[in-house]
Design a protein around this ligand. Structure first.
Ligand code: G3I
Length: 376
């Protein structure tokens, strides 16, 4: 999405330091922050000198000790903007396309494939050593009109062809896919306004996973949805769906809990919810984290947001099978939130001027604590 903001000249991304972060940073293993091999460096005896806290925390490195991926949804056209790119280069261990691997981009007309921007992100991931997460194969939204008008046989063929062709194209590059996105309604039933649900009926979800698995047997195949952070009617519906798929030997491996949240309104059972899906045999990721506040944002709201980012990270880290946190965007400047939620915004870790927000510091702190019972 492109709000009416003109590109700005490049300058180094600045990092605000929070005093509260100091004790944590002092406790972090030096190698995690310096990127060295952990060998003590020769130098003067500093045992009685004031200890310098690392001033430049790198999220992906800090999280790496806990085997937690730190992802960002990337708008590929923004990678040309130096400040944007610097952040992704530095802090991400995983990238996902915010839009360019969706059906409306990759197959806007029947069998007319356009992987140019998806390939660009895949190349970026390959050359920078980051994981590429695929988003998304079957979704009712950002779906071209030609698909919606098909009869059942033609839609089934189109869906299978889309899943197969795209999964094969990115085979060996995308380690995981959101195979089916947002197929459940708030009450836990199948999403009634999905053309796939309406035309193909319940079986399309299992079919999509089976075809994706045939196309790329090594890929982790995920179901991804929003409003399923806590234990509620919708996440119960997703739970029942996953149980059924597993009982039918459908190749599903992971759950994406999107995490489009409002500051101060986090469910208190996020960890328990993640745990129940891990207990089913899936791995879990928070796939689209952003925590919106009313704008203009007050200091209190940003402090609440910071606390909430930390709570999400802490809940994920508390469950061994929760493998990643992906933030849905880089800077408030380009977030999708203000266009979709009037009066809300400022949901990300960097503000519109590429300044880190308190949420960045608190996320660093929470991730730096590692997994309970493990040394990060
Ligand atoms: O491609 C057109 C472009 O040609 C046009 O000039 C421009 C004018 O506004 O619009 C462009 O399309 C926009 C598209 O993003 C690509 O930038 C759409 O208007 C806009 O609605 C669309 O929004 C995306 C939204 O999905 C659509 O559902 C957001 O960027 C994207 O962040 C958002 O991501 C979704 C996840 O995929 C699934 N979960 C929910 C999440 C938030 O909605």
């Amino acid at each position: 999405m492109s709000p009416a903001v003109s590109p700005r000249p490049a300058r180094p991304v600045r990092f605000r330091r929070a005093a509260a972060l100091l004790p944590l940073l002092l406790a972090l293993p030096l190698a995690a922050c310096s990127g060295d091999d952990g060998d003590p460096a020769p130098g003067p005896d500093t045992s009685s000198a004031p200890v310098q806290a690392p001033l430049d925390p790198v999220l992906a490195e800090i999280a790496g000790g806990s085997a937690l991926d730190i992802g960002f949804a990337v708008a590929t056209e923004r990678l040309d903007e130096p400040e944007y790119r610097e952040i992704v280069d530095k802090h991400a261990s995983l990238v996902v396309a915010e839009n360019v691997m969706k059906w409306e981009t990759t197959e806007a007309a029947d069998d007319a494939w356009d992987f140019a921007e998806g390939d660009r992100l895949a190349e970026y991931a390959r050359t920078t050593g980051k994981k590429l997460y695929g988003h998304t194969l079957v979704w009712h939204s950002q779906l071209p009109a030609w698909v919606k008008s098909l009869d059942a046989d033609a839609m089934q063929e189109a869906m299978e062809d889309h899943v197969r062709t795209q999964a094969e194209h990115f085979k060996g590059q995308a380690f995981a896919w959101d195979v089916v996105n947002e197929a459940i309604d708030e009450d836990g039933s199948r999403r009634s306004d999905s053309p796939f649900q309406q035309t193909l009926g319940d079986g399309y979800i299992a079919d999509a996973f089976r075809v994706a698995h045939e196309a790329d047997p090594d890929a982790q195949l995920c179901y991804n949805d929003y409003d399923i952070e806590g234990i509620n009617a919708k996440s119960d519906g997703v739970y029942a769906l996953v149980e059924d798929l597993l009982a039918d030997d459908v190749p599903i491996h992971c759950l994406g809990i999107q995490g489009h949240l409002t500051a101060g309104k986090l469910p208190d059972d996020l960890q328990a919810n993640i745990q129940r899906f891990v207990d089913l045999g899936l791995t879990v990721r928070v796939t689209e984290l952003d925590i919106r506040v009313e704008t203009p944002a007050s200091e209190e709201a940003l402090a609440q947001q910071a606390e909430d980012y930390a709570s999400v990270a802490t809940a994920c880290l508390a469950v061994e099978g929760c493998l990643g946190l992906t933030v849905w965007g880089v800077t408030d400047r380009y977030s999708w939130i203000p266009m979709w939620f009037e009066g809300f915004g400022d949901a990300l870790l960097w503000d519109a001027d590429y300044e880190t927000k308190p949420a960045f510091d608190s996320l660093v702190e929470a991730v730096g604590k590692g997994r309970p019972g493990r040394t990060a």
